[in-house]
Ligand binder design. Structure first.
Ligand code: ADP
Length: 498
């Protein structure tokens, strides 16, 4: 059924069949925002009457406690070809908790039974090409003809190319399918050696690949998503602008400019079923904008847990982040020690990533015992507690496609300090004490001076309770729910149909 026909039969106005591909899916497999967005967007689309079939690898280390897995009997012991390899796989389904949505978990132990979701192994591109091919193969076997093939980040970025080449013969299934490619982070493009270009086959001619890259010895999956998708989206309007510039494009700005209006930005939403201090199952004291007492008690509880004594006037700064250069940790080498010297500031940081950043944060904890705590690792529970307990959330990113924690922070009355970039610029408005408008502290320049100014401004306003309360409440009342954002995706699907 074409989109136009689908629209005609649905009295809600729309009813699309979507094949959705992602490497991560929260809470089962997540390293960052991609997992959160894949889960929230597909759930929202399904709840609005669209038929969504989501393909995700059955990762070896997936946390599937309490999830009912069902093997799909006619999708077992199948073979799919990726280059010269014949890979065997099966499919298990799992009902996404509290939804009508079924996940299709692609079970290929040879590729996905690994200690981590992403690896530096030489066959990394093969793993996700296999996922992409398995999704096409399953659509054919299930008799599912998607209106939209929605792929995400470099891992599944070859799907639009495969749609136009290897699977173009199957007009019954894919003749009307349009592709959408969403860039969640352009800093990761999945580049591999041109020596492995044959892994794109069968059915993909070498002439369809980016020739200049091949000439220099590489294949860039993300570039092919940009080249071949019917529409390219990214996760905030400002980032959509930034990635078209040489400074923000990580080498793909020319390809993105060449796609003209096919490239748009749609801000991510927040899953308020997961991230709402009035409902949060991970925090000891729940609260909302009408009664903030619980927030103060969460702060006491976290300080106690971390054995940090603090005067009642102390400000608690929180951070939850992947520890990579993108996140602006370099700007904190001098600025955090300076602010921790003050005595009325406490810091709790949760994150994992590059060893030198971990060493810096461990060093801070050693230098400021009882004032700074660094928890190295990944903890869903602690991340919620940090959001609920902190006064200030620090996010000085070099670039940020959308960013989620600043939006979680707003909901939790935890005032974000952010740099004016990407989705941070689109979701946090600098506060003006004179008018009482604004939701956070926004600095412009990616340098320590910017962070220093941001921290000083936050601490000045924090010492002024009526101003701070206003600032907190402004943020708590801001609405970044998925409802508006999902409507933007629906509009895009509609536009593709015309
Ligand atoms: P990115 O995708 O670049 O990492 P986002 O802000 O879009 O950044 O999303 C990050 C998500 O990952 C948020 O939900 C954040 O809470 C979570 N996260 C990042 N690091 C950790 C960690 N160490 N422990 C728990 N959650 C984390």
């Amino acid at each position: 059924m074409s989109l136009a026909a689908a629209r005609a039969v649905s009295d809600t106005g729309f009813d699309v069949r979507i094949c959705f591909l992602a490497a991560e899916y929260s809470p089962f497999a997540k390293t960052g925002g991609l997992g959160d967005v894949a889960a929230a967007l597909t759930r929202q689309l399904a709840s609005r009457g669209h038929e969504v079939r989501t393909f995700v690898p059955l990762h070896g280390q997936m946390d599937l406690r309490g999830v009912d897995l069902h093997p799909v009997d006619f999708l077992q012991d199948l073979a799919v070809r990726v280059g010269h390899r014949e890979l065997r796989y099966g499919v298990q389904t799992a009902r996404v908790p509290a939804s009508q949505l079924w996940l299709y978990l692609v079970d290929c132990p040879a590729l996905f039974e690994r200690p981590r979701i992403y690896s530096d192994a030489a066959d990394e591109h093969v793993r996700y090409l296999m996922l992409t091919r398995a999704a096409f193969d399953c659509c054919q076997r299930m008799g599912f003809a998607p209106d939209i093939l929605h792929c995400n980040d470099w891992h599944t970025a070859f799907a639009p190319l495969l749609l136009r080449t290897a699977y173009a013969w199957d007009r019954e299934r894919f003749g009307a399918t349009k592709s959408v490619f969403t860039i969640h982070n352009i800093g990761y493009q999945g580049v591999f050696s041109a020596g492995h270009a044959g892994d794109l086959g069968p059915g993909v001619g070498i002439e369809t690949l980016h020739q200049a890259d091949l000439a220099t010895g590489s294949v860039n999956p993300m570039r092919h998503g940009v080249m071949y998708a019917d529409a390219v989206t990214t996760v905030s309007p400002t980032y959509a602008h930034e990635i078209r510039t040489p400074e923000g494009g990580h080498g793909l700005d020319g390809d993105l400019r060449a796609r003209g209006e096919a490239v748009t930005g749609i801000l991510n939403g927040v899953d308020y079923e997961e991230w709402d201090p009035a409902l949060d199952r991970y925090i000891p004291y729940r609260y909302d904008a009408n009664d903030l007492a619980g927030k103060a008690r969460n702060k006491e509880a976290l300080l106690d847990l971390l054995r940090m004594a603090a005067p009642p006037t102390a400000a608690l700064i929180g951070m939850v982040t992947r520890l990579t250069r993108q996140k602006g940790i370099d700007l904190l080498y001098d600025t955090l020690p300076e602010v921790l010297e003050r005595g009325d500031v406490r810091l709790v940081a949760l994150g994992s990533g590059e060893p030198h950043y971990e060493a810096f944060l461990h060093g801070l904890q050693a230098r400021f015992p009882g004032r700074a705590v660094f928890y190295s690792g990944y903890s869903e529970e602690l991340s919620h507690l940090i959001e609920a307990a902190s006064d200030i959330f620090l996010m000085p990113s070099m670039y940020e496609p959308c960013g989620l924690n600043q939006m979680y922070s707003l909901k939790y009355g935890t005032v974000p300090i952010v740099r004016r970039t990407g989705g941070l610029a689109d979701s946090v408005r600098h506060f003006d004490p004179a008018s009482g408008r604004g939701t956070g502290i926004v600095f412009n320049d990616f340098d320590p001076g910017g962070v220093r100014w941001g921290l000083a401004t936050a601490l000045e306003w924090f010492a002024w309770p009526s101003v701070w309360r206003r600032l907190m409440l402004n943020g708590m009342r801001a609405d970044f729910s998925w409802a508006a954002q999902v409507a933007a995706y629906e509009q895009l699907y509609r536009r593709l149909a015309d």
